[in-house]
Design a protein around this ligand. Structure first.
Ligand code: PMP
Length: 429
C-alpha cells in the first residue's frame, strides 16, 4: 500500500469509504473505553493493599523518634518519611519537607507563596504588571492549569529529545525580568517520555536570568517510574539542585515528587526539596497554614516501602504490569500507521504516557471521532498552554488504566480514527 500522501484522489476516496464502513461498525458496538488520564490500573493499586495493614497498633503509630503519629504536630514530616522522600527526590533528608497526598497541591501552594509573599524577600509576583512562565510543549495540562489560574502569560517552548530547547529558553530569560520560571518534568516527561540531558540540566541551572527570582519548578513525578529493570535501559537524570549549587544559583529550583503512582493516587505522600534558604522560607510561610500533615500515612509508606531499595522493588512490580501495555501501544501503532505515513509517536522507557503526533490539523478531529465511537482520549490541545496546539497535531495516549484486551480494542478504534481524519485532510487539500 502506498503512503496516503502518495495516493490519487480516487484511491483516497475509496480508502475513506472503506474506513468509514469500519468506523460505523465500531460505533455500532456501543463501546465505552477510556484512554484519557494517567491512572494506575486496578491491578497496580492491588500491589499496595498490604500497606493499609502496616499501621494498626499503638506501637505501630510511633515514629522512630518516639512521636505519637496519631496526634498533631511535626510541620515538615517525620524523619523516616523525609529520608524515604529524599531518596525519591535524589536529595538529602534535611532539604526535604513532606506534605499531604498531592504534589500538584505543593506546586500550586509554592506558586501562591511567590504570588502573595514573594520568594526570599523578592517582590510578590502579584504586585507585578505581568508574570511570564515558560512551558515546554507538549507538556502536562494540569501544570498549565496552575499558571493559567494565576493569570501568568504562558510561553510555549519547544521540546527536543534532550529536554526543552535551551537556546530558546536562554534567549527568553536573558533580558526579560517578567519571565519568572519554567515548568519541568525532567524524567520520562508527561507526555513525551523525555529525560533531560546533563547538558540541559546544567544550562538550566547556570543560565543568566534577568529575573533574580527566576524559579525552576522541577516536577520529578516519574523519577523512579521505569518500564524496564536493567539499569542500562533506564534513563539517568542529573540532579538539578547540585547543578544549581555548582552554578552559584542555589535557590533557583524547587523539586517535587509524590507516591501517587507508587501507592495510591490521592492517598499517597508528597514532598518538596530545595535549598536551605528556600526550605526555611517555605516552613515559615507554612506555619500559620497547617499544624502538620498526615503522619500515619507517612508511617504506612515508610513501613511498606522502607527505602530506595524497597521502592525500586515495588516499582519493578508496577513495570511488569505497565510494560506490556506500552509495548502493545507501539506494536499497534506501528502495524496500523507505519505504511499510512504522516504520524509519529514516542517510545518511552518510563513514565505514564505516549505522545502521538498526527498530521497537522488532524488532532481535534481524531479525538472527536474517537469520542463518537465510545473512546475517551485526553482532549486535543491539552498538552499546550490555553489548550492551543498551533499545529493541532499532538495527542496524549494514556495506556495504564485499561486492561490489555480493552487497550487493544481502544487502539483499534484510535488508529481507525487517525486514518480517517488524515484522509479527510488530504481530500480537502
Ligand atoms: N506531575 C505530573 C507530571 C503528573 O503527571 C501528575 C499526575 N498525573 C502529577 C504531577 C500529579 O501528582 P500528584 O498526584 O502528586 O498531585
Amino acid at each position: 500500500m502506498p503512503a496516503y500522501a502518495d495516493m490519487t484522489t480516487e484511491e483516497l476516496a475509496a480508502k475513506r469509504d472503506e474506513l468509514m464502513r469500519e468506523y460505523e461498525a465500531i460505533k455500532a458496538k456501543g463501546l465505552a473505553l477510556n484512554m484519557a488520564r494517567g491512572k494506575p490500573s486496578s491491578a497496580q493499586l492491588d500491589l499496595s493493599m498490604p500497606m493499609l495493614a502496616s499501621v494498626t497498633t499503638y506501637e505501630d503509630c510511633l515514629a522512630e523518634d518516639g512521636t505519637d503519629c496519631r496526634n498533631y504536630g511535626v510541620l515538615d514530616g517525620i524523619p523516616e518519611a523525609k529520608r524515604l522522600m529524599a531518596s525519591m527526590l535524589d536529595d538529602d533528608a534535611d532539604h526535604v519537607i513532606v506534605f499531604g497526598s498531592s504534589s500538584l497541591n505543593i506546586m500550586y501552594d509554592t506558586m501562591a507563596r511567590c504570588w502573595s509573599f514573594g520568594t526570599l524577600g523578592h517582590t510578590p509576583w502579584s504586585k507585578l504588571d505581568e508574570v511570564k512562565w515558560l512551558c515546554p510543549c507538549p507538556g502536562y495540562d494540569r501544570h498549565f492549569g496552575v499558571t493559567e489560574a494565576f493569570g501568568f502569560t504562558m510561553i510555549p517552548v519547544t521540546m527536543t529529545p534532550d529536554g526543552p530547547d535551551m537556546d530558546e529558553v536562554e534567549r527568553l530569560v536573558a533580558n526579560d525580568a517578567s519571565v519568572k520560571g519554567i515548568w519541568c518534568v525532567p524524567k520520562y516527561s508527561n507526555p513525551g517520555g523525555v529525560t533531560y540531558s546533563d547538558e540541559v540540566v546544567r544550562r538550566l541551572a547556570a543560565m543568566p536570568c534577568a529575573a533574580e527570582d527566576f524559579r525552576i519548578f522541577w516536577d520529578n513525578a516519574y523519577g523512579i517510574h521505569h518500564l524496564y529493570d536493567a539499569p542500562e535501559q533506564q534513563d539517568q537524570l542529573l540532579d538539578i539542585r547540585a547543578a544549581c549549587d555548582e552554578a552559584g544559583n542555589p535557590d533557583r529550583c524547587f523539586k517535587f515528587a509524590s507516591t501517587s503512582k507508587v501507592t495510591f493516587p490521592g492517598a499517597g505522600i508528597s514532598a518538596m526539596a530545595a535549598s536551605a534558604a528556600n526550605i526555611a522560607d517555605v516552613k515559615a510561610r507554612m506555619n500559620p497554614q497547617v499544624i502538620g500533615h498526615d503522619k500515619l500515612n507517612q508511617l504506612r509508606h515508610v513501613r511498606f516501602l522502607r527505602d530506595a531499595k524497597g521502592l525500586a522493588a515495588h516499582m519493578s512490580k508496577h513495570a511488569a504490569i505497565l510494560r506490556p501495555k506500552f509495548e502493545l501501544v507501539d506494536a499497534k501503532l506501528t502495524e496500523a500507521l507505519t505504511e499510512v505515513g504522516g504520524c509519529s509517536w514516542s517510545k518511552p522507557r518510563g513514565g505514564y504516557f505516549v505522545s502521538f503526533d498526527a498530521p497537522a490539523g488532524c488532532a481535534k478531529r481524531i479525538v472527536a471521532l474517537a469520542k463518537d465511537a465510545g473512546v475517551t482520549m485526553t482532549g486535543a490541545g491539552a498538552t499546550w498552554p490555553y489548550k492551543n496546539d498551533p499545529a493541532d497535531s499532538n495527542i496524549r495516549i494514556a495506556p495504564s488504566l485499561p486492561p490489555v484486551e480493552e487497550l487493544e480494542a481502544t487502539l483499534d478504534v484510535f488508529t481507525c480514527c487517525v486514518k480517517l481524519a488524515y484522509i479527510e485532510k488530504l481530500l480537502r487539500e
